[in-house]
Design a protein around this ligand. Sequence first.
Ligand code: FES
Length: 106
Amino acid sequence: MTISILLTPDETPGPGERALLTKAGRKIALFFADGRVLAIDNNCPHAGGSLCNGHMDGTVIKCPLHGLSFDLRTGKTPGNPNSSVTSYPVRKVGDDHFLDLPDAAA
Ligand code: FES
């Protein structure tokens, strides 16, 4: 089961922007990349670095603490299938964006 959360315009990053939200008890980093809004858990699985504050190169975000990288589209570390962060679907419906979270996150 999935919970769809309507993002307000202030919560929805546009080109060159990013946002940090707390939804359903999770800190979620949103980025505008690949022509759309992409969402991942903000906390790096290595030691909790804030991925929202990382350096973004295309669709890859680099953790500001120790440099692990994650593809914003999948949450996976490029070249390392054993390293990933949770990614969440963001659906665009008209002018609205909906963040889909698993029910267990509620
Ligand atoms: S906390 Fe992110 S790489 Fe170490």
